[in-house]
Design a protein around this ligand. Structure first.
Ligand code: NDP
Length: 360
């Protein structure tokens, strides 16, 4: 630490000032987090999830990227706390998020304990099981053995007694659907989850799973598909099934991992996902043709008075079946920008036609 101002001629006083300065820094560092009193000032932010009693914020924060042990914990914590201050009550995670797998749950667990313990009942926390977590035949997919063991491990890492939503992360082609759905229902009966959800199930699998879950007395709350302007598969049947079944929809990667923002308009910035963590968004996917589309979409967003990120989020939220868009963020400013989307969720038919034209 540098010299404390105004102490040059009084060494003992200087020591006192320095010690008290250090103590102040310590207090600031360990001061308990106080959420913003204004966080629920916008009740219109919350939208009913299907035909359930639960309302979710129009934007939810996912912890897939930027929450692992390889990331800066202070930044991860700032993202979560700023989101909560702005009214985002839903945080989505999975057993395998990291890297390494499990570390995102552990890091989020630290925040829950240190900062958010007093607010547990204000939070909707989801986790999932489906992808590889441990060696041997019981470490992935949809067997009752794996699903329930994975949930116990997630709860331990999160430091929670229950999650609010527990998902089957992907359909298992080899395990009877009855078994996987039975495991989800068991988690609810055991008090380890409040609601259950499905992710990456196609329309037929979703309809069958919904029927089974209804029979088991634990109706499916929500479905998590990949849905954004460049990935419109859910429009071919899934959204209809969800509307018919009264299941909410939480599209993941609504910004196409950052492609549908101003991030890649002029090259690949060093601090972007494509540059520093290209596991799932590869620089070679950012082709000149893609960038040309993004630039046209950006011009359209500007004409609407929105950032491209805001227009892309409004575009998924325009679907009546969609409850909340599941965003990721690497910076607090991105969450702030994205929340601006809710100021204009309406599209004129000509705007939708123009978007379709750009997307081809
Ligand atoms: P997005 O499509 O929202 O992409 C997030 C990225 O976009 C950020 O990391 C950031 O990129 C960039 N970004 C976000 N906002 C802005 C902004 N306003 N301006 C500029 N750039 C912005 O979502 P993710 O791909 O992160 O996925 C979201 C969540 O979906 C995950 O955390 C997870 O919870 C869930 N998910 C579920 C899956 C499943 O199988 N069920 C699979 C994948 C994800 P940068 O880092 O470059 O700054």
């Amino acid at each position: 630490m540098g010299r404390v101002p105004g102490t040059a001629f009084f060494p003992s006083f200087a020591n006192f000032r320095r010690d008290s300065w250090r103590a102040t820094c310590q207090v600031v560092r360990t001061m308990p987090y106080q959420p913003a009193a204004t966080r629920y000032d916008n009740p219109a932010l919350y939208r009913r999830c299907g035909r359930s009693g639960l309302r979710l914020p129009a934007l939810s924060l996912g912890l897939w990227h930027n929450f692992g042990d390889t990331d800066d914990f202070a930044n991860s914590r700032a993202l979560v706390l700023r989101a909560f201050d702005l009214g985002i009550t839903h945080f989505d995670i999975a057993n395998n998020y990291g890297p390494p797998p499990g570390s995102a749950e552990r890091n989020f667990g630290r925040m829950l304990q240190a900062d958010l313990a007093a607010h547990r009942d204000e939070l909707i926390i989801s986790s999932k099981a489906g992808y590889l977590m441990w060696d041997g035949p019981y470490g992935e997919w949809g067997s009752r053995k794996y699903v329930l063991a994975s949930l116990d491990q997630s709860l331990q890492r999160l430091g929670l007694d229950y999650v609010d939503i527990f998902y089957s992360h992907r359909p298992d082609p080899e395990t009877p659907l009855e078994e996987t759905m039975g495991a989800l229902a068991h988690a609810v009966r055991a008090g380890k989850a409040i609601y259950v959800g499905l992710s990456n199930y196609n329309p037929e699998q979703t309809a069958r799973a919904a029927q089974l879950l209804r029979e088991l007395g634990t109706p499916c709350l929500i479905h998590q598909p990949k849905y954004h302007m460049f990935e419109r598969t859910p429009e071919r049947g899934l959204l209809d099934v969800l509307a018919r079944e009264g299941i909410g929809c939480i599209p993941f990667c609504p910004l196409a991992q950052g492609l549908l923002t101003n991030r890649y308009l002029n090259g690949i910035p060093a601090d972007s996902r494509a540059a520093h963590d290209p596991r799932f968004l590869k620089p070679e996917d950012i082709t000149p043709a893609r960038v040309a589309q993004i630039r046209q979409l950006n011009a359209l967003a500007q004409a609407r008075g929105q950032s491209l990120a805001q227009m892309s989020l409004a575009w998924v939220l325009r679907q009546p079946a969609v409850t909340t868009a599941l965003i990721g963020a690497s910076k607090v400013s991105q969450i702030e920008d994205n929340l601006g989307a809710v100021k204009n969720l309406k599209f004129a038919p000509e705007e939708l036609a123009a978007i379709d034209g750009i997307l081809g």
